[in-house]
Design a protein around this ligand. Structure first.
Ligand code: DCS
Length: 495
């Protein structure tokens, strides 16, 4: 992939001949930013190309992408049952081929037949724009069994990952340029990028690092009142639980207060719950906002809640397949029809992504032929994530000037780093954030790609970086040693 800077320099015709020039295109496109795949990721790709072509020597043999929660890029094995079903739906001739039983489990063959029937015979066909009805029914059943409250398949929209679902809701909410959407700081930049793209206003509320990145409802009240006092039409509150980049998990009492606030301030609650199975502390298990909302009784039933989920995270990690859903409750039928209309412009979410959503919400159960292997694989990935989270947090905390909250959930650590004044000044002279300088030098020296905290927004005067804890366990010690060596060298260089 050509880095954008190099690509731009190859265009030779004069800008006046062109329509597609930066000054002329939609400035919302120019202004939006998505740090997870920003300058660091572009540089990482350049380094990958240089290593592959052996054009340039580097003090490392490979680039380790810890900038993105992409488990299978770092060696995580896909779940066997999921891939067996996907393979059979992709090539139905296998279903009746001789010897099929020697390779595929009987319940995989059975599920593939059922899914092929549900998609009308081929995963190559367009599906219903809201998603295959059978799969939406299974999602609703999953939600009911998880929460203990009814879920309606007509409230479920299957999507090409959670991202397009989030963007559809934000686009629908941002009716004019004074609309405000409350987002956590630090936040996952899908939100700030999309709000900018749709010309809305990000209304920050600050998470409390000293309280393991807790969400103080008084800060929410301050945020919404300040924004409204400044003339913004604040319409929604986005909560990421478990958090990205912080990994923080909300407790039920905190969630009840958030629901009460949304109800009293007439805010749509956007609950991003893509990491709902990535929780590592028994003291803070995952509870959905849907369950909390319904448990609070009919007084709150009018609250508009949109909850997002994805096949990209958890122990599934099927990011590239593009599957997910959102459930919208308390939303009027006429607005749901508008959501359907916009969804239908893109025709349908990927059929194979929908297949994986079905498998995620309806995995093998006790007594199924594939259950033992499925459980062993899921538990193995889960326990390994827990160990890696703890190991890397301890390694970061052992670095001078670094403080890292434990990962209660998700796939990331977000340590704060105290940077020498000389580094701060050097960064500013180079027109970059100090933590971006730190991350770029880390990448160039070790091949480890992380994301600077400035890409997630952070409290003024603090510097952070976000790293996944996804490197394979067998590489973790060398990974930690590389970061430790760099960090000590960086402090010496800028002492
Ligand atoms: C909180 C959150 N919401 C939504 C998404 C979108 O996921 P899908 O569109 O794939 O369903 C992500 C992806 N996480 C990004 C991608 O990897 N690292 C990140 O921070 C996320 O972290």
């Amino acid at each position: 992939m050509l880095a954008f800077s190099r690509l731009r320099s190859t265009i030779t015709s004069s800008p006046s001949d062109k329509v597609l020039t930066l000054p002329k295109i939609n400035q919302a496109v120019v202004n939006c930013e998505y740090a997870v795949r920003g300058a660091l990721a572009i540089r990482a790709e350049e380094l990958r190309e240089e290593l592959a072509s052996k054009r340039t020597a580097h003090p490392f043999a490979k680039v380790t992408s810890c900038n993105i929660g992409n488990p299978q890029q770092l060696g995580q094995t896909p779940i066997t049952f999921f891939r067996q079903v996907a393979a059979l739906t992709e090539y139905p001739a296998l279903l009746d081929a001789p010897g099929v039983a020697d390779i595929f489990a009987p319940d995989a063959v059975e599920r593939a037949r059922a899914l092929l029937q549900a998609v009308g015979g081929s995963v190559g066909a367009y599906t219903h724009s809201q998603g295959i009805p059978l799969i939406r029914q299974n999602v609703a059943k999953f939600i009911e069994e998880r929460d203990g409250y009814p879920s309606d398949p007509d409230d479920i929209f299957l999507t090409a990952g959670a991202s397009p679902g989030v963007q559809l809701i934000l686009q629908t909410l941002i009716a004019h340029e004074k609309v405000g959407i409350m987002i956590p700081v630090p936040q996952y930049p899908l939100y700030t990028a999309s709000i900018a793209l749709f010309r809305g206003n990000a209304v920050p509320y600050f998470l409390n690092e000293e309280d393991t990145w807790g969400l103080d409802v008084n800060e929410l009240i301050r945020s919404v009142k300040d924004a409204r006092a400044n003339g913004l039409d604040v319409r929604a509150l986005c909560v990421i639980n478990p958090g990205n980049p912080t990994g923080a998990c909300l407790n039920v009492d905190n969630m009840r207060k958030i629901v009460e606030l949304c109800h009293s301030e007439k805010l749509v609650l956007l609950a991003d719950e893509v990491y709902q199975t990535n929780t590592y502390l028994p003291s803070v298990p995952f509870t959905s906002f849907k369950k909390v909302l319904r448990s609070m009784g009919p007084e709150f039933s009018s609250l508009e809640l949109v909850s997002f989920h994805s096949i990209s995270k958890g122990m599934v990690g099927e990011c590239g397949r593009r599957g997910g859903y959102f459930e919208c409750v308390g939303v009027s039928d006429e607005v749901k029809e508008m959501l359907y209309k916009v969804a239908s412009i893109s025709l349908c979410p990927p059929a194979q992504g929908q297949v994986l959503v079905d498998l995620m919400v309806r995995p093998p159960v006790k007594g199924d032929a594939s259950y033992a292997r499925y459980k062993e694989e899921i538990d193995g990935i889960y326990e390994s994530l827990k160990r890696r989270a703890a190991r890397l947090a301890a390694a970061f905390n052992a670095l001078p000037g670094v403080s890292c909250q434990p990962a209660q959930g998700s796939m990331y650590l977000f340590p704060s780093v105290t940077l020498p004044q000389k580094a701060v000044e050097t960064a500013k002279a180079q027109g970059m954030a100090p933590d971006a300088l730190y991350c770029m030098e880390l990448l160039n020296e070790t091949g480890v790609c992380v994301v600077p905290g400035s890409g997630f927004h952070q409290k003024k005067g603090t510097w952070h970086f976000r790293s996944t804890f996804l490197p394979p366990e067998k590489e973790m010690e060398s990974f930690v040693a590389r970061i430790k060596g760099f960090h000590e060298g960086f402090l010496k260089r800028y002492a």
